[in-house]
Each structure stands twice: as structure tokens, then as C-alpha cells.
Design a binder for this molecule. Structure first.
Ligand SMILES: *Cc1c(COP(=O)(O)O)cnc(C)c1O
Length: 360
């Protein structure tokens, strides 16, 4: 343990989760975990809910559920609690996170109309071919496996026209990119702690609009994930089972800081980092993989003959910069650099110098 931490202290982490955390949040992680079945903790959880609803632009009457698990748990929880086996749902599949939605639906025997796309922003929603009635569209607002951003206003309009739920996994969008449940017609929003929120992994959040609240099934096929219990206990600031107490305390601090700073300024900071980085790689044998990139991350294609995974290894070994490799067919070609978390220009400059050296 000690070795890992010592080695981490002079490194910079540029992965799409976990991300570089602030000293204040890190210090909170060293404190004793308090008991939580009391009024003090209830007040914290209720404050988190209210702040999240405001930051997400949630419509009046929306609720937030706090689940102990990573973002994929939020994905599965929605399929279990909101979708029925009878009516198909549409899944936008533009990479491994889209595929995850497909796999979860199939496991739970929910029929899927798969919309396979390759770096298409879906701005022209008329081109989406969905037959007949669907109960929901599931989409990863930012498909993190390829660094691609969808046009959520457009897919939201499509869902309005289809009269189906617009379920948006905004796990790698929140805090770095524009997100507003009302402007983007989002009924269900999925979030997690260790991407843009820059907290430790382990807390997943689901924001439900009144329309989504109306569609929760009475007896979902899961004990731990039954939304009905979370909603009822949430009214008094509690969860049915032990929550991630420490991360929720860190979340409260982070949300307060975000509201003081203003979400627009947090997004502008991420955009500034992303542009600084993308500007810096112009002179290198690298190019962005998607034409529609979020501020959160850049997926980069190597245009020289150095394999991408070798760039990733050398960056960490020689320069202490941790970036994320791609798997599967893109392993040799693409790697990913996150712009989420507590980073400044000097961190990007260090990474750019490292890339220059590694690609030489
Ligand atoms: C990170 C991420 C998730 C959650 O992945 P976990 O491994 O469960 O944390 C889900 N969707 C997207 C788009 C993500 O980037």
C-alpha cells in the first residue's frame, strides 16, 4: 500500500476515472467514517440531493438516488427498475459503454433495438431508424471508449417525439461539459463519483424526473436495487443500506464548492485544459479520434508507427504521466487523455513534453 501511494505522489493521473483529486477532498478521505443513522447525516444527504438537482437543471419534483457502486451499477439499476420486458428500448451503441447497456438489457430480457453508430453526433435525429413503440432510449452522452460526444438536445427531441424516456449516462460529462436535464429533455440521468466530480470511486447517482418516477416498476427483480425503498428512505435523508458515507461527505463539500465557483466556470476550466492539450499535440504525430469531442477527454490516434499502448507505458514509466490505453481493435492505434479533475496548464505541459519525448 505504502509503495503505491509513494509512487503516486509525484505522478499525474490523466485517465477517464479515477482523476486527480484536490488536496481538500484527499484530506477528508483520511478522517474517521462517522455513524450515519442520525439527523446529522440525513441533513448531509438531503443537501447533496438538493444541490445535485440544481446543478443538473432537473425539473421540479425530480429526485436523486444514492447507490453504493460504480457507474455501471447505476446503468443496471435503471434497466431493472424502469424497463419492462414487453416493450423494446433503443440503445445507442457507439463503443464499449453503449455495448454495456445492450448487455445489461439482454441479461434482464429487455428487448433491444440497437442503434450502432460510429462517431456520429446524432444531430440529425430524423436519421435514427427505430420501428414502432419504444419505452426508452439509452445513451452514453459521452461514449468514453472513443471520446465521442452526442448531441443530447437532438436525441432528447427524438425521445419527445417517440414519447419515450430519454435515459442519459452522463457519467463522464458532468462538471466538464454542458448538461441540463430540462434543456436536453433528460428523464433519467446517471452520474458517478470518480469522473468529473473528482471523488473516489464507489458512489453512483441516479436522477429521476417526475416522468421517470411515474414509471418505476412496483416489484423490480432485485432486492438491493429496489428504487422504491431508496425513494421512501430518501425522503428523510437516508438509504436502505449502508451508504458510501465518506464519499457522500466529500460529495457535499465538492457540490458546495461547485455552486460557489459556478458550473459554467468549471466547464470553462475543463474546456481550456482540453483546448490547450489539443493545441499542443498539433506538432506531434497524433490526431484526435473523434470529430465531436467533449471537454472531458481526448481520444488520440497515433499517426506514426509507434503502437499506442507503448506510448501509454512509456509515458508512465519515464514521465510519471498516467493516461489510458484502449482495448480490442483500437489497442495499437488509440489511447485516451482525460481533462477531468484537479489539473492545471502546467500538468498538461508536462504531459506534452512527455509525449514529445516518447514519440521521438
Ligand atoms: C466510467 C463510465 C461508466 C462506469 O464505469 P464503471 O467502471 O462502472 O465506473 C459508465 N459509463 C460511462 C460513459 C463511463 O465513462
Amino acid at each position: 500500500m505504502k509503495n503505491i501511494n509513494t509512487a503516486m505522489s509525484d505522478r499525474r493521473i490523466f485517465t477517464p476515472g479515477p482523476v486527480q483529486m484536490s488536496p481538500e477532498i484527499l484530506a477528508m478521505g483520511a478522517e474517521q467514517v462517522p455513524y450515519f443513522r442520525n439527523a446529522d447525516f440525513s441533513a448531509v444527504l438531503k443537501e447533496c440531493e438538493a444541490r445535485l438537482l440544481e446543478l443538473a437543471g432537473a425539473p421540479l419534483g425530480s429526485r436523486v438516488l444514492f447507490l453504493a457502486g460504480s457507474g455501471s451499477l447505476a446503468m443496471e439499476s435503471v434497466v431493472v427498475n424502469l424497463l419492462s420486458a414487453e416493450t423494446p428500448c433503443a440503445v445507442v451503441n457507439g463503443g464499449s459503454f453503449g455495448q454495456r447497456f445492450v448487455d445489461i438489457c439482454l441479461l434482464h430480457r429487455v428487448l433491444v433495438q440497437e442503434l450502432v453508430v460510429d462517431r456520429d453526433p446524432l444531430t440529425d435525429w430524423g436519421a435514427l431508424s427505430v420501428d414502432g413503440k419504444i419505452q426508452a432510449m439509452l445513451i452514453n452522452g459521452h461514449e468514453t471508449s472513443v471520446g465521442h460526444l452526442y448531441d443530447l438536445v437532438s436525441t432528447g427531441r427524438f425521445c419527445r417525439q417517440k414519447q419515450c424516456l430519454h435515459v442519459v449516462d452522463a457519467i463522464s460529462l458532468f462538471v466538464t461539459d454542458a448538461l441540463d436535464m430540462q434543456k436536453q429533455f433528460i428523464d433519467v440521468l446517471l452520474l458517478s463519483s470518480h469522473k468529473g466530480l473528482a471523488l473516489p470511486p464507489g458512489l453512483a447517482m441516479v436522477v429521476l424526473s417526475p416522468a421517470a418516477l411515474n414509471q418505476i416498476v412496483k416489484q423490480p427483480n432485485s432486492f438491493y436495487l429496489d428504487f422504491n425503498h431508496y425513494l421512501e428512505d430518501g425522503l428523510r435523508g437516508q438509504t436502505p443500506f449502508t451508504p458510501t458515507v465518506s464519499i457522500i461527505l466529500q460529495l457535499r463539500a465538492r457540490l458546495e464548492q461547485l455552486q460557489q465557483e459556478g458550473m459554467a466556470s468549471a466547464i470553462a476550466h475543463a474546456q481550456d485544459l482540453a483546448l490547450h492539450f489539443r493545441d499542443g499535440i498539433r506538432a506531434l504525430p497524433l490526431k484526435p479520434y473523434s470529430p465531436c469531442m467533449p471537454n472531458a477527454m481526448t481520444a488520440i490516434q497515433v499517426t506514426s508507427d509507434v503502437p499506442a499502448h507503448q506510448v501509454v507505458d512509456a509515458l508512465e514509466r519515464r514521465h510519471g504521466c498516467v493516461v489510458a490505453p484502449n482495448g480490442g481493435a483500437l489497442r495499437e492505434l488509440v489511447f485516451r487523455v482525460g481533462h477531468m479533475g484537479n489539473l492545471v496548464h502546467a500538468d498538461i505541459d508536462r504531459l506534452l513534453l512527455g509525449l514529445q519525448d516518447v514519440l521521438n
